[in-house]
Design a protein around this ligand. Sequence first.
Ligand code: SAH
Length: 230
Amino acid sequence: MGFCGRIKREKELDYKKLQEKMVKDQLIRRGISDKRVLATFYKVRREKFIPSELRRDAYEDFPLSIGEGQTISQPFMVALMTQNLELKGHEKVLEIGTGSGYQTAILAELSEEVYSVERIRSLAQKAQGLLKRLGYNNIKIFSGDGTLGWEEYSPYDRILVTAGTREVPLPLVEQLKEGGIIVIPIGNLYSQDLKVIKKEKNRIKTVIVEKCIFVPLIGKYGWDEGELSG
Ligand code: SAH
């Protein structure tokens, strides 16, 4: 009995070590410097969001499959997107593409409340159950087309889109507060630019941060599902 217990604890310890190594080698070394962001990546256990058969790769430097043809983004990409949201703690955040819920948990640690929309119902339900079990009570998840935003709780201080599309969905710009920030991958199906968009005095200022590859944002103001399978 004691033996089993010890093996279990050693396994958990390993994840902690891998997590610390990930933060140092993949995030700090590549320029993630926001202290609150780094503290959150030390805190949130990524392996909890990974299907058991891939869990050993939880802290590796690449995206992983989460089922339904979708992926959990590479840790660095999650950190880069988060850092560019410039969260201070009081924000209301809209996330499009809940997926595994890992990024959602990161946002919930760093802001006041998170509203997250996921197109695939089974993923939305799974993430909702997990985030609740982990004790988050400042997250609301909705299953539907996130290219329409989530009007009921708008306007938002920050909007993060975790799937790629050709142009910024108009409803998202409309649901963003004056002075707010949208982080979104914009490009074609195979490669995108991670863009940071600021809405200031009703003008839009855009900065490109990094090249990236995301799964497609499918919806009214994104890719057409028929277009993808055909
Ligand atoms: N942040 C997630 C990323 C998941 S991949 C994570 O790290 O786990 C992107 C997600 O966007 C997928 O789950 C996909 O189903 C979802 N998605 C695609 N189009 C969408 C849309 N129009 N509205 C909401 N979610 C969408």
